[in-house]
Ligand binder design. Structure first.
Ligand SMILES: [Zn+2]
Length: 165
């Protein structure tokens, strides 16, 4: 948008401001939707929710997402952070129960240059690993053949959630 467009179409500015959070952020959008296989939201905490990655790096790839729209890990409040870790731990227990992974990659890609797919809305990745699962394919990129669909994984985890947590 040019300066002149900005000047003469102030309604657009309003649209852009509101749209940034509600319309352009996939992770904000998920907060408003009903949980279920369609949006892959698994669990909602007080400050964070848990969602399956639609394009998983591996089977059981989960993300813990703060409700607050922020890219700044260094500014995230303590209670949000602490629940984020608690939920990551709970999900790890759940995945150990359902899929028996041998290891996990966990962490945050903060910023586009660090490989964040959605750089504007911080999220914590939990990726189950099995020995030899990647065969030197890059974990954070490329196409993978997964042994079950994301929907199947969601179903298994959702069933386990009702008995495990
Ligand atoms: Zn957002």
């Amino acid at each position: 948008m040019t300066f002149f467009e900005h000047l003469f179409t102030p309604w657009r500015m309003k649209f852009i401001k509101e749209g940034k959070k509600a319309k352009n952020c996939v992770l904000c959008e998920l907060i408003k939707l009903e949980d279920g296989p369609a949006n892959l939201v698994l669990y909602r905490g007080q400050f964070n929710y848990v969602v399956m990655n639609k394009y998983p790096y591996n089977t059981g790839h989960i993300m813990v997402v703060p409700y607050v729209h922020s890219s700044h890990f260094e500014q995230i409040k303590h209670e949000v952070l602490s629940e984020m870790m608690e939920l990551a731990q709970k999900m790890m227990r759940l995945l150990l129960h359902t899929h028996a992974p041998e290891g996990f990659n966990m962490g945050i890609n903060a910023g586009k240059s660090a490989g964040a797919g959605i750089p504007d809305h911080l999220h914590y990745h939990l990726v189950p690993r099995w020995t030899g699962d990647t065969n030197f394919m890059p974990l954070f990129g490329g196409t993978r053949v997964l042994p079950e669909t994301v929907e199947e994984t969601y179903e298994r985890l959702q069933n386990a959630l009702s008995t495990q947590l």
